[in-house]
Design a protein around this ligand. Structure first.
Ligand code: NAD
Length: 498
């Protein structure tokens, strides 16, 4: 059985706190390893290491920094199969989906390869008499990322690639549930030529997170996880003067207009609702057909598709979805289905009792589908994060639009329609950060930015894209004049450029 330590100073080191978390293989339910949970002292050792290495890295020219990213891309491509296998075994998602997890992270590394261009400042010649003005974007120093279990490759790369490309040193605190891939990515960064100390992986739980939040040498924190912890991290990080961008949970709606192609809408709902067992922050968890006729027609097509979902081993490439991440999470999701039944929603497909033959200890459940869910029910208001889709019937477009607008989460949303006017109106008026028009999972590409609204995101800059460069750098603006441009005499008036 493997014991995962930490990655500090360019190599794996053993955990010394004496505290560990078990690592499960969800498809069998077995414990396959344990991971050290860092103490404050171990976190401090990583920060000191990072702080010592960072100035030389910041002084490395941006093309050289970019070349290390390019080399890293080659190494990830070389190891794609083994990384995807490791990811699927620790997380539970299928191997093809694990490849997607890695690929969406890789795309942000590709974006970060443009850092020589992205980090350029601005210059104005002759901003005043004899005066030139320019700005530069300098790295912050040591920065940290705290990431969730559900994208153990993508989200760490979203965090560390732009931060490191900008000249920062990075402390990654990945989820303790699937630390294998983040550790391997750090090794590959070193193999690609990254100096020791610039990327550190410190595994742990709340103690490690609090050590990050209280450490005065960490200048920025990027968090992704559930909303209550996102809010906690945001406020505690702000209290110690750090920049913070903290992304939280979601309840993503898909509106199905009467003119939508229902076959396309059903394909979208099964893929986006049940893929990765619903453990995606951009999963569709609420379907909103508009009008009773649309709802009835949708249900007649959707029910057999949910009933026939193929649940399988994470290593079975033909499976639609694999198991959930842990037994505790499986129990939580099942209990939400019980709550929905008690609340009076119609459970039209019940996957609670699904057992995987030969793998009875695995964390599997079948797809569940609720009809006639209402906005006052807990299964509508709260994030379930499992293979459970709720159908809320809306009488018209106005009522459908009001649902995501009034929901406390605002991560993603989609509309299925052939009507350009309706789609345009929806995109303009919906109070949600990422919108899909006939696209169920509108995760923006690496060169745009990713971020939800309301309780799905705390902080003002999004992840990846140009916002990441802003988040991980501070702007310095220089106003310069040479002696020949200086007129005699003291001036007691605020300088103007008349
Ligand atoms: P989580 O909140 O349990 O954990 C996230 C991170 O916080 C982990 O690194 C964990 O170790 C740490 N943590 C856990 N409890 C803590 C505590 N009490 N104090 C301090 N730190 C703590 O989330 P998860 O279960 O790993 O991930 C699922 C959640 O992440 C879902 O809510 C999902 O919607 C959300 N998510 C959001 C996005 C987004 O971009 N908005 C993306 C992916 C996942």
């Amino acid at each position: 059985m493997r014991t995962v330590g930490h990655f500090i100073g360019g190599r794996e080191v053993e955990g010394r706190s004496g505290r560990y978390a078990e690592i499960f293989q969800p498809m069998t339910g077995e414990v396959i390893g344990r991971v050290g949970l860092a103490s404050r002292d171990e976190m401090r050792a990583a920060v000191e290491n990072a702080a010592a290495a960072q100035p030389a890295w910041a002084a490395t020219n941006p093309q050289r920094r970019a070349r290390i990213m390019m080399k890293f891309l080659d190494l990830v491509a070389r190891e794609m199969d083994s990384l995807a296998d490791l990811l699927a075994r620790e997380h539970g998602k299928t191997v093809p989906d694990a490849r997607g997890d890695i690929q969406r992270g890789v795309e942000v590394v590709e974006f970060a390869c443009g850092i020589p261009h992205l980090q350029k400042g601005e210059y104005t010649e002759g901003a005043g008499p004899g005066i030139d003005m320019y700005s530069m974007r300098q790295p912050l120093g040591v920065v940290a990322g705290i990431t969730p279990f559900n994208f153990p490759a993508m989200i760490p790369m979203w965090k560390f690639a732009p931060a490191i490309a900008c000249g920062n040193a990075f402390i990654l605190k990945p989820s303790e549930r699937d630390p294998g891939v983040p550790m391997r990515l750090a090794e590959l960064m070193i193999e690609a030529g990254l100096p020791a100390g610039i990327l550190n992986v410190v595994n742990g739980d709340k103690e490690a997170v609090d050590a990050i939040l209280d450490d005065a040498d960490i200048r920025a924190v990027g968090f992704v996880g559930s909303s209550s912890i996102a809010e906690y991290v945001y406020s505690r990080a702000a209290a110690t003067g750090k920049r913070a961008q903290c992304f939280g949970g979601a309840k993503n709606h898909m509106i199905i207009m009467p003119d939508a192609d229902l076959d396309q809408a059903v394909d979208a709902l099964v893929g986006a609702g049940y893929g990765s067992a619903g453990e995606r922050c951009m999963a569709i968890s609420v379907a909103v057909p508009v009008g009773e006729a649309t709802a009835d027609a949708l249900m007649s097509k959707l029910v057999p598709r949910v009933e026939s979902l193929k649940i399988g081993l994470s290593t079975d490439p033909s499976a639609d979805l694999g198991p959930l991440v842990t037994k505790a999470h499986l129990d939580k999701v099942r209990s939400y289905v019980d709550i929905g039944v008690q609340e009076g929603a119609e459970l039209v497909v019940d996957g609670r009792n699904f057992r995987m033959q030969g793998y009875e200890n695995g964390f599997y459940m079948g797809g569940c589908l609720f009809d006639r869910v209402t906005a006052d029910m807990r299964i509508y208001k709260e994030e379930i994060f499992g293979p459970v889709l709720s159908v809320v019937r809306a009488k018209d477009y106005t009522e459908a639009l009001r649902l995501p607008n009034e929901h406390e989460y605002g991560n993603g949303v989609a509309i299925y329609t052939r009507d350009g006017d309706a789609a345009r109106d929806f995109a303009a008026k919906v109070n949600v950060g990422m919108v899909g028009i006939n696209v169920p999972i509108p995760v923006p590409l690496a060169y745009y930015t990713f971020g939800g609204w309301k309780r799905s995101g705390f902080g003002d800059l999004n992840q990846h894209g140009p916002d990441a460069v802003r988040f991980y750098t501070k702007t310095k603006t220089v106003t310069s004049r040479w002696p020949s441009g200086i007129k005699d005499g003291a001036s007691f008036v605020i300088p103007t450029m008349q």
